[in-house]
Design a protein around this ligand. Structure first.
Ligand code: NAP
Length: 525
């Protein structure tokens, strides 16, 4: 099966041999992708002209209604998305739900809050600023939807949520989307887009999908376009540094990799409920989606005195978890996405082993349940312990994109903060402690290098949303190595797809434009 591309308002058969998508459990070929016969210049031009102009004729409220229809359409086909997730990503039910249900929830969320923006066609930001003594000249800031296309380049690990969390705010803004899923798992994204297209919800040109390589696409982007990228820091650097992207000053939002931290406070004893919550959260982060989450816990900071107790508690739980073919209902951890990712994980584990001891797992000859080790792509859940935190480097720099985490001991809060900061910018850190002063000092010590910090104490108990759980109402992204991007955060996500300008002129001119606008205040509420 060759996955068809949808550009210029029509489906095109993929040309050439293409890249192969496989079942990561059996190794069987499932589909192929190719962008060989896609004209990027025509595809982008069609989206900018037909798609953008049709979307911009609608108000924010009308576009929010389109999102609601999209969410209904996706929800109606949910079972099929679970089937594809199992086949192409080796996803357990929980893994598939995290991606697919997260996607549908996010589109619904934007449909709901987008209606609040009402009938405007652009956004008025802040109050009018008087610029003359007699009030004949003033200024007003506006946000206007970009008149280009949003190019959404996604990573392999969230084939459903990845495009939906970007497309919902882009479409609500009135900007057409061109979706470029990662090749290894493009099938699910392609199928979801196919369902939306076939349902006839969006105007022609508002949504396109290209499966397969997008290397030449960057030659054709223009200043009115927006690139929203999720993937590795290495690819992000290529996109940012592309000659056409630099020359035209194209807006690029980057969500890249991240060495996230979970911190156990010095006050938390192994006999406490908070300790158990911490252990459960580490286990969840290591095992859900086989650790293939950009937000997953990679570094576990623990008071030196609790190193042994925590290591034993996590290792015991890991030992009870079945890893193998997700068609077996007992299995809780499936494979990583393909053999290339498996090799990358094993190579990264080998690097970490140079400065860590193995507390659990780490066997590169690991035999999964109900799967052929030679054909599948499993990585054994692995817990490492840093031997000498003072000199360790790899634990802070090597992202193992799989079910692997490392314990790192700390003595004082100052050392802890310095060590966490060695991640050079992360998406998320979580702090589990009942010591309010410790939590506050830690948050303030690392906040500037994190997009999100989750604090849990005994009063929260089990009521927290999860270290790795990205909510549409809250900021997703992180500085430095994490890419410096900002996504979600409710309606603030629309800022990426709008351009700010200030009109300086007579109050009557400003009032005429303001009459077409909705109040941007809601974005910041
Ligand atoms: P990747 O290899 O960097 O690929 C990401 C996307 O970029 C794919 O769609 C890929 O297409 C495309 N691409 C590659 N080279 C390109 C180029 N020169 N021009 C335009 N597009 C290009 O990343 P991945 O292996 O799919 O994903 C794993 C990484 O993503 C991990 O490091 C993880 O931390 C990160 N991630 C971050 C977040 C976040 O929100 N911060 C979320 C999920 C994942 P092809 O597949 O066709 O090559």
């Amino acid at each position: 099966m060759n996955l068809r591309n949808y550009t210029c308002g029509k489906w095109n058969e993929a040309a050439g041999a293409g890249d192969i998508l496989r079942d990561p459990v059996t190794g069987e070929e499932l589909a192929r992708v190719s962008s060989a016969n896609v004209s990027w210049s025509e595809s982008l031009a069609f989206a900018r002209t037909h798609g953008a102009s049709a979307l911009r004729k609608l108000s924010y409220r009308e576009r929010a209604d389109l999102l609601a229809k999209m969410a209904d359409c996706l929800a109606a086909n949910r079972d099929e998305y679970f089937r594809i997730s199992l086949l192409n990503s080796g996803a357990t039910q929980a893994d598939a739900s995290f991606d697919v249900d997260g996607a549908i929830y996010t589109v619904k969320y934007y449909a709901k809050i987008g209606r609040g923006l009402g009938e405007g066609h652009l956004l008025k930001e802040g109050a009018s600023i008087p610029l003359s003594k007699n009030n004949s000249f003033a200024a007003q800031h506006f946000l206007e939807p970009a008149k280009g296309a949003a190019i959404l380049i996604n990573a392999f690990n969230f084939p459903a949520w990845g495009w939906c969390e970007k497309a919902a705010p882009a479409l609500l803004s009135g900007v057409p989307v061109i979706i470029k899923p990662a090749s290894p798992t493009a099938w699910l994204t392609q199928r979801m887009v196919e369902d939306v297209v076939n349902a006839g919800i969006l105007p022609p040109g508002a949504i396109s999908i290209v499966c397969g390589s997008a290397r030449e696409m960057l030659d054709h982007v223009r200043e009115e376009d927006v690139i929203s990228f999720t993937g590795s820091a290495e690819t992000a650097a290529k996109i940012r540094g592309h000659e056409n992207v630099l020359r035209r000053g194209i807006r690029v939002n980057v969500e890249a990799d991240s060495i996230n931290s979970a911190i156990l406070g010095p006050d938390v004893s192994p006999s406490s409920g908070l300790f158990d919550l911490f252990v459960n959260e580490v286990i969840r982060e290591m095992t859900l989606k086989a650790g293939q989450k950009c937000t997953a816990i990679r570094r576990i900071f623990v008071p030196r005195s609790q190193m042994q107790a925590l290591g034993a508690a996590i290792a015991t739980q890991l030992g009870a978890i079945k890893v193998g073919n997700p068609r077996n209902p007992e299995v809780k951890v499936g494979p990583v996405v393909n053999r290339a990712q498996q090799s990358a994980c094993l190579a990264s584990i080998a690097k970490l082993k140079q400065e860590c001891s193995v507390l659990f797992g780490g066997d590169d000859q690991f035999q999964p349940l109900d799967a052929d080790r030679q054909k599948s792509s499993f990585v054994q859940p692995t817990l490492l312990a840093c031997k000498d935190a003072a000199v360790a480097k790899a634990v802070h720099t090597v992202e193992v994109f799989g079910p692997v985490a490392t314990l790192i001991p700390y003595d004082a809060v100052g050392d802890l903060i310095a060590a966490v900061r060695k991640g050079e910018g992360s998406l998320v850190a979580s702090v589990f402690s009942d010591d309010a002063a410790f939590t506050q000092e830690t948050i303030l010590g690392i906040g500037d290098l994190h997009g999100r910090i989750m604090a849990v104490d005994s009063s929260v108990g089990t009521q927290f949303t999860g270290h790795g759980n990205v909510l549409p109402s809250c900021l997703h992204g992180g500085p430095g190595r994490a890419g410096g991007g900002e996504e979600l955060a409710g309606l603030r996500a629309l800022l990426l797809y709008h351009r700010r300008f200030v009109v300086q002129g007579p109050p009557a001119t400003i009032a005429e434009i303001a009459a077409l606008s909705s109040d941007a205040g809601l974005l910041y509420s």
